[in-house]
Write a protein that binds this ligand. Structure first.
Ligand code: HEC
Length: 314
């Protein structure tokens, strides 16, 4: 039977569950267990930072501009239209290759997986008409840039080669080492574009970017939703055994899980209405922040000699 006085306790200080948690407090754990938890935390922290760096690298160019801004999120999750830079100076008609590598193109991701100078070079060269004289010329757009040939060899040839490429039917060279200008030019020749030529002539200078395809959103949703909540839950469990006063634990404890749920909701809702982007803009940083607070609190509770006393007081 429950004790009446205790079941009404909202603060939790006298709750039987709380006293069990206090018994199990991290500072009393044996050293080998502390080492395991510490290494777990170090890997979670490092993994999170690596995920941020990866996110930046992959999405920085989503809106066609370097630097991560809300427009990158907008392009990826909701879709947006941008005005192209050369409206007054008509560019040569688009090539099949160009339409595939501009923002929103299917091959864009292979290009942006490399350095920003790769993006600049290939697009610049294609926009200038993909001429043979400049194919092996470095520094076309900016000093130190690679040649267009290098970019195709490094980013595209792996799949687009006759010998063993996944896309051997549209090759840029006979094998993974050799780029052949003539093969490239079949796709790089101005005017060979299929999809965007119609829109481009109807509305010159304006192009639609994103949103990401539904199948890609499903892919990233299942990968992230089945992994992030798991370590968030484990960390929350350790945090509950940490040495902060119960009141603080009950405020900070649920925050990372709430934030990640809001972030995920934003991914899907922003497809319908752009204003839901704000969910991601607010929840994602708060997730990182509260996760960091929990992580460092757990580390401190594990190794700080003072932590036992704090627990007894709360
Ligand atoms: C991982 C393999 C892979 C890489 C790397 C790759 N592609 Fe592709 N590419 C494909 C596949 C598969 C298709 C066909 C399906 C599609 O359109 O998504 C394709 C289609 C194309 C097409 C359309 C061909 C047609 O039939 O009209 C072009 C143009 C193209 N790629 C250019 C590029 C360029 C430029 C790069 C380098 C920046 C590149 N690809 C990198 C796999 C790749």
């Amino acid at each position: 039977m429950l004790h009446k006085s205790k079941s009404h306790d909202t603060n939790g200080a006298n709750n039987p569950m709380t006293s069990i948690l206090n018994q199990m407090t991290l500072s009393r754990w044996p050293v080998p267990a502390k080492i395991v938890v510490t290494l777990f935390l170090v890997m979670i922290g490092t993994g999170y930072l690596a995920a941020l760096a990866n996110l930046y690298q992959r999405h920085e160019l989503a809106d066609g501009q370097p630097g991560m801004t809300p427009d990158d999120l907008r392009a990826n999750f909701h879709g947006m239209t941008v005005e192209s830079e050369q409206i007054d100076e008509p560019a040569p008609p688009m090539s099949r290759m160009l339409e595939q590598v501009i923002p929103g193109g299917d091959m864009r991701k292979h290009l942006t997986a490399g350095d920003i100078s790769d993006v600049r070079t290939l697009i610049g060269w294609l926009e200038l008409g993909a001429e043979m004289e400049s194919f092996q010329q470095a520094s076309l757009v900016e000093e130190g840039d690679p040649t267009p040939e290098d970019v195709i060899a490094g980013r595209c040839l792996r799949c687009h080669n006759t010998e063993d490429g996944e896309k051997a039917d549209t090759p840029y060279g006979p094998d993974i080492f050799t780029v052949d200008y003539k093969m490239v030019y079949k796709y790089a020749e101005p005017g060979t574009a299929i999809e965007t030529t119609a829109d481009a002539s109807a509305n010159p200078g304006v192009k639609q970017i994103g949103p990401q395809t539904l199948s890609h959103l499903l892919l990233v949703t299942h990968i992230h939703m089945l992994s992030i909540p798991v370590f968030t839950l484990v960390l929350a469990g350790f945090f509950a055994l940490g040495s902060l006063p119960t009141r603080w634990k009950s405020i900070i404890g649920p925050l990372p899980m709430v934030m990640i749920a809001l972030d995920f909701a934003g991914w899907w809702l922003a497809r319908i209405d752009e204003s839901f982007l704000v969910l991601m803009l607010v929840a994602a940083p708060l997730f990182g922040l509260t996760l960091a607070v929990q992580l460092f609190t757990v580390l401190a509770s594990l190794w700080s000699p003072k932590s036992t006393r704090t627990v007894i007081r709360s």
